[in-house]
Design a protein around this ligand. Structure first.
Ligand SMILES: Cc1ncc(COP(=O)(O)O)c(C=O)c1O
Length: 468
């Protein structure tokens, strides 16, 4: 990081944490230069960068101020209150019908699950692919079962650099995180078992439960702090829960991230009740701050946490390479994988391993995070301009989703149809719920380049929402 970027990161952190609230003047150039021991031109460059990202704005002859429309100018969504005790899951039909309508490439992709492909170094990855396939010989094919050794080494190194010590043997490479999550759940449950999941939850989690005939115990998620620990502790004393499936960082769809002390409490509950945690951490690399958040896996002394990750969101969408650090369940997961899909594509694994070694992954991530934060601010600012004033929205510390809550009269399934008819996709709230909640909520994707089309789409959405 250059010096002005470091300085900008410090100020951005103060804005995100609320130490510099919306409307507050940021330190003058002279003051900042003295306080942070940097030159005035470094301060200027840092402030230009923050202005570009939409975090601050200049006022004529007065200096720079934190943008009113960034943090907390709209209230955050209400915490989810309802827990459910063993709901049979049957939401696939709704999910499939919503997802199939999102495929039209001509719509404004606010409903998409993926950020823009332009944000990924696909050409550079292609070069790694071309380079590595030449050396794939049949003797290497025996590596297929456990996963490409260099890739596993690179992933273990990344864990180590972020403070998680993990033996390479614990890593099983899978077809995206989705396969990892499926295998983990299959390893620790039987049909009819109860699984604690989040409310709202990633819709594919609901589909997996439905497929495996498992029952959902829905634990409310706070829009900023994540899983409600009291509700979880209460459910554990009353119900024979066999596994947890949670996201401790940048939860989909709410964007919530648990604080370190909450992760420690959660881990204490796992150990006390000896219930395994399937930790879905696919957005781990998309944090905006300067420090990566730790997963619950970093606390795991007894192998109860199965930590699932993926390159789909951070590097190589479509390559379908993910993994699980399976703790005490590693061997079972590996065997189950052998019985089902055997292995992800070896060329894809080799290409990613080469890119991690030589392609400049950290540089790419740095740029990706900056771009996503800029686009999040642009969408928040547009929402503040065009959506009704009783709209609530979260402000996640990473990723590319925003969760909007409207008054109860706004029916998000109807809104979905009306918006789609106007060429705008959105994701309606009920597909994130085993018990069909969140009917007045939507998730929007801000992972695509912000332009006039996005701005016009937000204005049109605002008019449709106001018509309810
Ligand atoms: C929360 C969450 N978990 C898992 C996945 C699946 O990841 P992958 O594409 O690596 O299978 C996604 C993708 O949308 C996701 O949002």
């Amino acid at each position: 990081m250059k010096r002005y970027e470091q300085f900008a990161a410090v100020i951005a952190e103060k804005i995100r944490s609320g130490l510099l609230p919306p409307g507050q003047k940021v330190p003058s150039v002279r003051m900042a230069s003295q306080t942070y021991s940097v030159s005035p031109s470094t301060v200027f460059q840092g402030y230009y960068l923050l202005e570009d990202r939409g975090l601050i704005q200049a006022r004529p002859r007065s200096g720079y101020y934190v943008r009113e429309t960034t943090a907390r100018s709209m209230d955050e969504p209400n915490p989810v209150q309802r827990a459910s005790d063993g709901t049979e899951v049957g939401v696939s039909e709704l999910i499939f019908s919503v997802l199939s309508s999102l495929k039209d490439p001509n719509t404004v992709p606010f409903g998409s699950a993926f950020p823009s492909p332009d944000l990924y170094p696909l050409a550079r990855l292609g070069r790694s692919m071309a380079k590595t396939v030449r050396y794939l010989d049949s003797s290497r094919l025996s590596d297929m079962t456990t996963g490409h050794p260099e890739l596993r080494r690179q992933i273990a190194l990344r864990y180590m650099n972020s403070g998680v010590r993990l033996p390479m043997d614990e890593l099983v490479i899978t077809n995206g995180a989705m396969e990892a999550l499926n295998l983990c759940l299959q390893c620790v449950t039987q049909p009819g078992d109860l699984v604690a999941i989040e409310a709202p939850a990633f819709y594919a989690c609901l589909q997996v439960l439905e497929r495996l005939k498992l029952k959902a115990v829905e634990i409310p998620v706070h829009p900023r702090d994540g899983v409600n620990q009291m509700a979880l502790a209460d459910a554990l004393t009353r119900l024979p829960i066999k596994a947890f499936w949670f996201m401790s960082n940048l939860q989909n769809p709410l964007g919530a991230s648990m604080k370190d002390h909450a992760k420690a409490t959660l881990y204490g509950l796992l150990e006390q009740h000896q219930v395994p945690l399937i930790e879905d951490d696919v957005y781990a690399e998309l944090y905006y701050g300067t420090k990566p958040p730790h997963p619950v896996k970093s606390l795991d002394r007894s192998g109860l946490v199965m930590h699932c990750g993926s390159f789909s969101k951070s590097l190589a969408p479509g390559y379908r390479v993910g993994w699980v650090a399976g703790g005490r369940y590693t061997q079972q997961i590996d065997r189950l994988k052998l019985m089902t899909t055997l292995s992800p594509s070896l060329p894809a694994q080799a290409a990613i391993a080469d890119y991690l070694q030589y392609g400049g992954y950290d540089r790419h991530l740095h740029k990706l995070r900056d771009t996503l934060e800029t686009q999040q601010n642009a969408m928040l600012a547009a929402a503040a301009r065009y959506f009704p004033c009783d709209t609530r929205v979260n402000q996640p510390l990473g990723g590319y989703f925003l969760w909007f809550e409207f008054p109860e009269r706004v029916d998000s399934l109807k809104l979905f149809e009306l918006a789609l008819a106007q060429g705008i996709s959105i994701t309606p709230g009920p597909i994130f719920s085993a018990s069909h909640q969140h009917r007045h909520c939507i998730r929007l994707n801000c992972g695509h380049r912000w332009d006039k089309r996005s701005e016009d789409a937000m204005a049109l959405l605002g008019r449709i929402i106001a018509s309810f």
